[in-house]
Structure formats: C-alpha cells, structure tokens
Design a protein. Structure first.
Length: 138
C-alpha cells in the first residue's frame, strides 16, 4: 500500500483482524526514575504559563476589549437587513440553481422527534412542499 493512500473496506477489515489479540507495547511497563527525570528536563520551559496569573492591570485591559461571543454581546450583523431588491435577486438566483440542478436542496426533510413511551426520541420524517420533493424517497 502506498503511503497516504486510503484503504478500502476489505483492507481495513483484514488489518483489524490481524491486530486483534495483540497487547500494546507499553502495557505493564513502568518508566525508571532516570527516564522520568529526562522527560521532565526536556519539557522544562515549554509550559511557560503554568503557575502564573494576570496582573490586576492586565485583567482590567482584558475586560475592556471587545468580547465577541459572550453572553450579552450582539453579533456584527444584528439589525442589518438586505434591501428588497437584493433579496429578490438572491431568491431568483437560488431558484434557478435549484431547478437547473447546480445545487441540491438539503432541507427536503423536516425531522420531527416524537417522544414516545420511555422518553425515546424516534425520528418522524415529513416532506416539505418544495419543487422536486415529490421525487424524494425515504
């Protein structure tokens, strides 16, 4: 098999079967104190923020900067609306693309979850009333 190529289902199954029952190479082994010390020394300086805290001045600066995705902050496009002309133009283009087959409508199905006995959620598929939905099979 060439490096970077994808395996087909048969190859994956064969590889899975060949690896079953093998024990991991590190299972049951322990590292010596010298090895742990070497790993510790190799990692020194990598975790530069461990045990440190922001100063009160920095905390104030962080509070003042814009917080985009936090509770109480509005997204950039709130209260911005498209003009009627642009909306009709985009709608026309989308309808043409759907009818010509350039794009596929992914929302032909609405999934309603019905709560049956025991609280199990079972999907209940219903077709939308859009062009091409009558040919869609579940």
């Amino acid at each position: 098999m060439i490096k970077g190529s994808k395996m087909n289902l048969e190859q994956r199954k064969r590889l899975s079967e060949s690896h079953k029952g093998q024990i991991g190479w590190m299972k049951g082994k322990h590292q010596s104190i010298e090895t742990k010390k070497k790993i510790s020394e190799a990692n020194m300086g990598k975790y530069h923020w461990t045990g440190k805290h922001h100063t009160p001045e920095t905390k104030e600066k962080l509070k003042l900067r814009p917080q985009h995705f936090q509770k109480g902050h509005l997204p950039w496009n709130t209260n911005k609306h498209l003009s009627d002309e642009l909306r009709s133009k985009l709608s026309k283009i989308r309808k043409e693309n759907i009818s010509s087959g350039k794009i596929k409508v992914w929302n032909k199905l609405i999934i309603h979850y019905c709560y049956g006995h025991g609280g199990n959620r079972t999907p209940d598929f219903r077709l939308l009333q859009i062009s091409g939905a009558e040919n869609y099979t579940i």
